[in-house]
Ligand binder design. Structure first.
Ligand code: NAD
Length: 322
């Protein structure tokens, strides 16, 4: 199968591309190498993919007017795994522009390309943030998500709506995946595992929001990649062929317990700097994964300690901490 992976230089994109290549698929990776965080890290991820037969990388901006239309015309992908986005809840408070451009305009251009070239399946990244401040836990796909509390979340919810309309109108199967706090080797430097690991190993304080009174459903990257591929292989047969799934660990962890687990994995104690709740943040995330398991026979379940051990081992080698 020929799969277009957008955001292939990103954290989740690299792992999914690696898995697709390992099973013999052809992967066309597209990414604009945005400088939201270290471009060197993105290039290092691409270096992991480049030796594989069947991999080709194209640097392109999905929001550029004709970039995706021309790409689809040239490569005619069988399936599309769309992971390119401007991520981050907090960054969206100060820098709205890339969210409008990449997450809305870029997503629209992707849908147009799918409308005309009709891949067998488009799987796209949504986010647990669409649940906003919903209080009923765990969060289910059946819950109302009309109350986003950040621009980032609002763009992801918009993606789900736009995809539904295109799926209904043009019949291209589409599935949205709501990822829950993904962590692991080659992770994102703006997320807490990387931020905290760096500070802990440098003996600097870590900022603990809402005084540690938060819970997150941390999901290990290998589970995410496994889930993405299984979903990619299983488009909906309903009319319209559209589905949304939560993909999380179904096991929320208190922030303070997570910090203790990270301390164990790194072999160093953290210095805690307690902070109030941040605007746009939510207190707890918790994925109901029954629908995902029923559809693909799999749901993430890696225990936090096991995942953090692998993350810490990678982090120390990548950053040469002893
Ligand atoms: N990591 C998580 O915990 C998490 C949680 C919820 C949702 N998501 C979503 O999953 C997807 C992948 O996330 P990630 O953690 O791998 O993020 P990432 O930032 O590591 O990867 C996204 C990639 O998209 C690329 N990109 C950004 N704008 C682009 C553009 N205009 N054109 C082409 N490429 C562009 C970036 O350069 C980056 O390499 C994103 O859609 C993100 O919103 C991630």
């Amino acid at each position: 199968m020929k799969v277009l992976v957008t955001g292939a230089a990103g954290f989740i994109g690299m792992h999914c591309a690696q898995r697709l290549l390992a099973r013999g698929d052809t992967v066309i990776g597209a990414d604009n190498l945005s400088d939201y965080y270290s471009v060197d890290l993105k290039k290092a991820r691409l270096k992991q993919l480049e030796p594989a037969r069947g991999f080709r990388f194209l640097e392109l901006d999905i929001a550029a007017p004709t970039a995706l239309a021309r790409l689809f015309e040239e490569i005619r992908p069988d399936a599309v795994l769309h992971l390119a986005a401007q991520p981050g809840v907090r960054y969206s408070l100060e820098h709205p522009e890339p969210y409008f451009q990449t997450n809305l305009v870029g997503f629209g251009r992707l849908l147009e390309a799918c409308r005309h070239r009709k891949p067998k399946h488009l799987v796209f990244a949504s986010s647990s943030s669409v649940f906003g401040a919903n209080r009923k836990l765990p969060w289910s796909e059946a819950d109302n998500v009309d109350h986003p509390v950040s621009l980032y979340a609002a763009t992801k919810k918009s993606n789900e709506l736009l995809a539904h309309a295109y799926c209904h109108l043009y019949g291209v199967p589409m599935t949205g995946l709501r990822f829950f706090t993904v962590y692991g080797p080659w992770g994102r430097p703006d997320m807490s595992p990387m931020l905290f690991a760096k500070a802990i190993l440098e003996g600097k304080p870590i900022q603990v929001f809402n005084h540690g009174d938060m819970e997150r459903d941390f999901t290990y990257i290998d589970d995410i990649a496994e889930g993405c591929l299984r979903v990619l292989d299983n488009p909906a047969s309903s009319i319209p062929p559209y589905r949304i799934f939560n993909i999380g660990n179904h096991q929320p962890v208190r922030l303070t317990h997570y910090i203790e687990a990270l301390e164990r994995a790194l072999g160093r104690k953290a210095i805690l700097e307690m902070k109030p709740m941040q605007p746009g943040d939510v207190k707890a995330t918790y994925a109901d994964t029954a629908a995902l398991r029923a559809a693909i026979g799999f749901a993430p379940a890696t225990p936090l300690d096991a995942g953090l051990a692998k993350f810490a081992a990678w982090y120390k080698v990548y950053h040469r901490h002893g």
